[in-house]
Design a protein around this ligand. Sequence first.
Ligand code: SR1
Ligand code: MG
Length: 394
Amino acid sequence: MTLLKQTSYQPLTEAAAIQLALSLNIFTENAELVCKEIGDGNLNLVFHLVDEQAGKGLIIKQALPYAKVVGESWPLTLKRAKFEADALKIFGQIAPAYVPEVYFTDDILAITVMEDLSHLLIARTGVIKGETYPLLSKHLGEYLAKTLFFTSDYGLGLSAKKEQVQKFINPELCKITEDLIFTDPYFDAETNEFEDGLRAEVDALWQDEELKFHVNVLKRSFLTEAEVLLHGDLHTGSVFANNEETKIIDPEFAFYGPAGFDIGQVIANLLFQVIVNESKRDLFINHIETVWIVFEDQYTHLWNTENKEILAKTSTFLNYQLSKFFEDALGFAGCELIRRTIGLAHVADLDGIEDEHKRLAAKRKTLELGEVLIKQRKEINNLPSFIFKVKGVL
Ligand code: SR1
Ligand code: MG
């Protein structure tokens, strides 16, 4: 098929996506495919193709050579499509219930062809619309326990893990996180975006040496601690859900980093709903508690039954690991809260609040909670104290 023989990259059109899909023998030769570009993320093209007669569909995701959220002035490596496809395959083997199936990849076109998830909704969009997703947190807790255990030294074995670390050296995408989460929000960087009404809070944050010290400690952890294969961008925009199913997509930021980073991003993105959605506050607090409880329970089970490190298989060392993950997760959650409020790439949970007074109040609480979690993550060393702190800020 001509497109797949291409030796150079070209962005797909809807017509080209149909041509490509037909060449993959997933649909019948004469299938009449309808294709729509539905990408609403920050970086990629996403084509949804359907054979309405057969009731069958698929997704073709293609990386663009620049960050869509900014424009062509921000070039971005196409290699991220391979990182994403490779990570999807690994996570799919570890936690098949929660990861879309990959049918085909092409490194030159930077595409991943995968399972159609159009019966689900992006979880961020869903919760903003009022969905409660009763199983979301149980599923996320289980996904985190399995992926963060089976990609670690303890679940994978020391040599296999080192080989995997090598394959997931992902400097370009890590640089985005290093800048946008751990650096830019803490000084007057061009990438920052915040409303005039937050000027006083932002000025205070830029002057807060204690906060910046703690962010540097967390950044060092992100830079140096190759604990597990992270999804790397596990916010609620990377999760498809309905009341029964949850699928985690978009691991293009995958690399070996500290386990608490994925857990923290999940917690932070559920916290946005705790902050903005007063009528469902307890429900989302409950979701956060469930994520951690299920994670802890399943990780403990895997630690005791699948651990490849004989001498590490003690409850003392397990407790040390879990305490570290919890502390790191709170710190990283705090960084995510702050960056999504004043840095680049905001969230609709906050920006979608129409009333300016309410929106600014929610953003102030988000910044305050972010600072508390970053600075006090060591002292808040259990779930009840964490929930108590959250409620204290609301
Ligand atoms: C330039 S990329 C901005 C953000 O979009 C991605 O989803 C990541 O969250 C990244 O930080
Ligand atoms: Mg993404």
